[in-house]
Design a protein. Structure first.
Length: 166
């Protein structure tokens, strides 16, 4: 008895770039089909006229509502909003334009001296978590080149206060 073996066609082995090109071509066809289907399915929907903004946009940023429910976290959030609203001052407590340093912003927003002190201590702790050699908030503030790191530190301190229920 003789058994004849049939020849089996072996698919060619494609390298990575050939497989990527094949998948890219298949996806392009599918995207073209989806685009046509979308056009057909939405052809009956009337296009809304574009909205024109005629009023000038406000120059000062609007502060976001306070997302924190604890007093110190809310205080730190309001201090950050005050720096955004009034401006940031690096080498003094405040300047002639009304810009304030972080400590002044906290004191202006605090309901009491103790609350302001607690917020300042927490802010310094947050700063020292990243930079242990920083002795005070004013010395750290004087090394900053923009308000962005100050606002980020106030935000981290507010989140820490909220996590600690302060």
């Amino acid at each position: 008895m003789t058994v004849a073996l049939a020849a089996v066609a072996v698919p060619p082995v494609l390298d990575l770039s050939a497989r990527l090109a094949a998948v890219d071509a298949a996806m392009a066809v599918r995207l073209d089909e989806a685009n046509v289907a979308f056009g057909v399915n939405t052809a009956y929907i009337p296009a809304a006229p574009p909205v024109e903004i005629t009023a000038p946009l406000p120059l000062t940023p609007v502060a976001a509502p306070d997302p924190h429910t604890t007093p110190i976290a809310g205080l730190l959030h309001r201090a950050a909003a005050r720096i955004v609203r009034d401006g940031w001052c690096r080498d003094a407590i405040y300047d002639d334009a009304g810009a304030v340093c972080p400590i002044r912003a906290i004191r202006l927003e605090a309901g009491s001296r103790r609350e302001a002190d607690d917020a300042c201590v927490l802010l310094l702790d947050v700063i020292q978590d990243e930079l242990p050699d920083v002795p005070t908030i004013p010395s750290w503030n004087a090394t900053q080149t923009s308000a962005a790191p100050v606002l980020a530190a106030l935000d981290r301190a507010a989140r820490t206060a909220a996590n600690r229920s302060l």
